[in-house]
Design a protein around this ligand. Structure first.
Ligand SMILES: Nc1ncnc2c1ncn2[C@@H]1O[C@H](COP(=O)(O)OP(=O)(O)OP(=O)(O)O)[C@@H](O)[C@H]1O
Ligand SMILES: Nc1nc2c(ncn2[C@@H]2O[C@H](COP(=O)(O)O)[C@@H](O)[C@H]2O)c(=O)[nH]1
Length: 197
């Protein structure tokens, strides 16, 4: 189990972390790990973000994202409806506040899959949140995964890789790093960190 952790294996927290943030560079495998984890544990609730990005083939409104216009995103931000938001590689993304707070108030575990800028905002506003960084086994493997996914044109891949350099340098800001060599191992370790199993 410890093989996937970078650095020391974390001590179990005194208080069960209810809010967990999963971040890491684009293409590292965040969605893949979370989907694998939720197949076995559908009770783990993942926040559905709002985004101005256009849907990829197969992505559904309300399931993968709430796909919104620029005007709608402006309103969500102006009305304080987002817990955090950021611009990433030319699109805006944000976490709807109400659904997260409802679940936290009921004491249920909540998972956010967001970028570094969003993770930093959550660190400020909700300091009890547990911040987990998902790292690639190597830079070359990250490029392979992002390119191999085949969802973005070359210029967008370039922007995402530029952002990835900044995100990788921020790894020490996180509470825990998991290296995504094996989806199954990381999913199991994430569940344990969330105290679901
Ligand atoms: N452990 C792994 N080994 C090999 N390939 C992987 C692994 N984890 C994920 N992948 C592959 O890497 C690609 C990117 O994964 P995914 O879309 O989950 O990344 P992401 O971090 O959610 O990206 P983004 O931040 O852009 O949404 C996918 O094609 C996925 O199948
Ligand atoms: N700060 C936020 N970042 C988010 C949110 N939802 C997703 N993301 C991150 O954006 C990038 C790109 O995602 P993609 O689906 O276009 O590949 C990735 O790092 C996501 O984790 C959010 O609500 N806030």
């Amino acid at each position: 189990m410890a093989a996937t952790f970078r650095g020391t294996t974390p001590e179990p927290p005194d208080v069960r972390p209810r809010l967990t943030v999963l971040s890491g560079p684009s293409g590292v495998g965040k969605s893949t790990v979370v989907a694998h984890m939720r197949k076995a544990h559908p009770e783990v609730w993942l926040s559905v973000s709002a985004t101005t990005r256009k849907p990829r083939p197969g992505e559904q409104h309300g399931v993968h994202y709430f796909f919104v216009t620029d005007d709608e995103m402006d309103k969500l931000i102006a009305n304080g409806e987002l817990l955090e938001w950021a611009e990433f590689a030319g699109n805006r993304y944000g976490t709807p506040r109400a659904a997260v707070l409802e679940r936290l108030e009921r004491g249920e575990p909540v998972l956010l899959e967001i970028d570094l800028q969003g993770a930093r905002q959550v660190r400020e506003t909700m300091p009890d949140a547990q911040l987990v960084f998902l790292a690639p086994p190597s830079w070359e493997e990250l490029v392979r995964r992002l390119t191999g996914r085949g969802t973005e044109p070359p210029e967008v891949i370039e922007r995402r890789l530029e952002a990835a350099k900044i995100e990788l340098a921020a790894e020490p800001e996180f509470d825990v790093t998991l290296v995504n060599t094996s989806v199954e191992d990381v999913a199991r370790e994430l569940l344990a960190l969330m105290d679901v199993v």
